[in-house]
Design a protein around this ligand. Structure first.
Ligand SMILES: Cc1cc2nc3c(=O)[nH]c(=O)nc-3n(C[C@H](O)[C@H](O)[C@H](O)COP(=O)(O)OP(=O)(O)OC[C@H]3O[C@@H](n4cnc5c(N)ncnc54)[C@H](O)[C@@H]3O)c2cc1C
Length: 505
């Protein structure tokens, strides 16, 4: 028997991780899928800049949760290695504290245990207990709440779900959760830094996300050779193999219904018709700019009161000469990072004493920079919507380069051969991000699970996919959102067929 989606036209608007993943699932089920991306490049925020032999990933740089990528490719009887090579990083990341202290988190949890113990008597055992809990949360959370889409509150009241959620620390803040295990502020920071992947702060992110420590310490940190764009190309190649027509460089300017179907008009004046339509462009922008004006389905209180994740001040630097002791992934942290989080979520301002991240993929992969050179990306999380005039950005660039030199000992100034920057304006320009957020909707309690936008858009036959929807931010989550979106399209199509048959009788 053919799949209910077989032969249906389903355009996907946007070629980010969410759009690419959804396109693969739909095409695999037999739908005719056209993937329409406004930019010449696919990948959305996971773009690439290539200049003079340096290659920069514009967005994601941490390949976490390899199990999710395996499961995704496995659905199509493939493996990630059919498309790109992965290397596990031994030094997963190096942390420089601004008091002169430094620590390496390695792939060996025994060494991390000893590291924790060296800061606080008993913290080694506490780290093990913390990780045990994180493993449990990950295993139950992923199977029961992440892979299974539960769009309505009542889906969480299923006795089976309630039973499996028993014993999980879900709703307190990550700050309180970490404080229950460790007294030393640096140890609390080490188990909380993963929140940057969720665009939240220790105070506004629910403890449920301690599951990321399992991803960090037990599952490991990987690097796809050639960088993240290799993963984007892998997804695009898979999509093409499954029959998706990929159409970059086409901006969609409006979406409407037409006699039983949907129509996406494009900037070039033509239109793409669909029986169903998937939108990977973010829902806040889609509801303001693309969907008919009455259609709105924002988070509680609407899009204006949403808590957006940080934007980012990004420096992409092609540097000549050595950059040791910078590692592939390096964090530079003030010992008190609360003021930085306050400058993002409470009183928006450029952080005076920033906590930031530096990526140097050329440490692992020399092909991304010319001989004897390095590809360095600095990322400072900042409040979304901050004015980012050239003058402000210029001043902040100096501050960040000075800070890197002062706290890591690596002075990049005077040997920068290639330089690009991105900030609030570029995230808006690249992907139409509201307030120039880099990550989308923060994972606050009010924007998690059934309270996060789901996959059914407020227009019949139209669906959302990607990081603004469930399960959330990050490449692995966007792959899963592709699965959820496909399942929603399929379920509604089956029900619609049933309804049509019922009324025909
Ligand atoms: C700086 C940064 C660092 C990150 N680090 C990590 C990391 O280390 N690890 C990790 O897992 N995740 C990371 N993330 C998060 C991760 O990259 C994102 O969650 C994910 O890539 C988002 O994918 P998406 O499909 O939801 O959206 P997007 O990437 O925003 O894709 C949406 C697509 O829709 C297109 N589009 C929008 N409007 C239109 C239109 N009108 N017509 C046609 N096309 C349109 C856009 O051009 C874009 O290609 C990072 C993100 C950023 C920005």
């Amino acid at each position: 028997m053919s799949d209910p989606l077989s032969g249906l036209d389903v355009p996907v608007i946007g070629g980010g991780f969410g759009g690419l993943a959804t396109a693969c699932y739909l095409a695999d089920a037999g739908a005719d899928v056209r993937l329409i991306e406004q930019n010449e490049q696919l990948g959305g925020v996971a773009g690439t800049i290539e200049r003079e032999g340096y290659r920069f990933d514009t967005g994601p740089s941490w390949y976490l949760m390899p199990d999710v990528f395996e499961r995704f490719f496995g659905h199509f009887d493939r493996e990630p290695e059919d498309y790109y090579d992965l290397e596990q990083l031994d030094v997963q990341y190096r942390v420089f504290w601004k008091d002169g202290d430094r620590a390496d988190i390695t792939a060996d949890t025994g060494r991390t245990r000893a590291l924790f113990e060296s800061y606080e008597a008993g913290a080694g055992a506490a780290f093990e207990a913390y990780l045990d809990e994180a493993r449990h949360t990950y295993e139950v959370g992923m199977e029961r709440f992440v892979y299974e889409d539960r769009p309505r509150l009542r889906d969480f009241l299923d006795p089976d779900v309630v039973r499996s959620a028993r014993g999980l620390t879900l709703f307190g803040s990550m700050a309180d959760h970490a404080a229950g295990y460790f007294d030393h502020p640096k140890l609390r920071q080490l188990v909380q830094y993963t929140l940057v992947f969720l665009g939240g702060s220790p105070k506004n992110t629910p403890a449920l996300y301690n599951l990321l420590s399992h991803a960090d310490h037990n599952l490991g940190v990987y690097y796809p050779q050639d960088g993240m764009h290799a993963v984007v190309e892998g997804l695009a190649n898979l999509a093409r193999e499954l029959g998706v027509t990929v159409e970059p460089g086409r901006e969609v300017t409006g979406i409407d219904t037409t006699g039983g179907g949907l129509l996406a008009s494009t900037a070039t004046g033509d239109a793409v018709a669909g029986d169903r339509l998937v939108v990977n462009a973010n829902p806040a922008y889609a509801e303001a700019e693309l969907l008919p004006s009455a259609a709105s389905d924002g988070p509680l209180g609407g899009w204006d009161s949403a808590t957006y994740a940080p934007s980012a001040f990004m420096l992409y630097l092609g540097v000549e000469g050595p950059v040791a002791p910078l590692e592939h992934h390096t964090l530079v942290l003030p010992t008190d990072w609360d003021p930085h989080f306050e400058s993002i979520f409470e009183e928006p301002a450029w952080p005076d004493d920033p906590a930031y991240y530096i990526s140097v993929p050329s440490v692992t992969d020399p092909t991304v920079a010319p001989d004897g050179c390095h590809t360095v990306v600095a990322l400072v999380p900042i409040a979304p919507g901050l004015p980012d005039t050239p003058a402000v950005r210029g001043r902040y660039r100096e501050q960040v380069l000075e800070d890197i030199a002062a706290h890591t000992g690596v002075d990049l100034r005077g040997r920068i051969r290639v330089e690009e920057t991105a900030c609030v304006s570029e995230f808006t320009e690249w992907v139409n991000a509201p307030q120039g957020t880099a990550l989308g909707l923060a994972h606050t309690l009010r924007q998690t699970g059934p309270l996060r936008p789901g996959h059914r858009a407020p227009l019949d036959g139209c669906y959302y996919t990607g990081g603004y929807t469930t399960p959330g931010i990050g490449m692995p989550m966007c792959l899963i959102s592709g699965q959820h979106t496909y399942e929603a399209v399929r379920e509604d199509t089956v029900n619609r067929g049933f309804r049509d048959r019922l009324f025909a009788d």
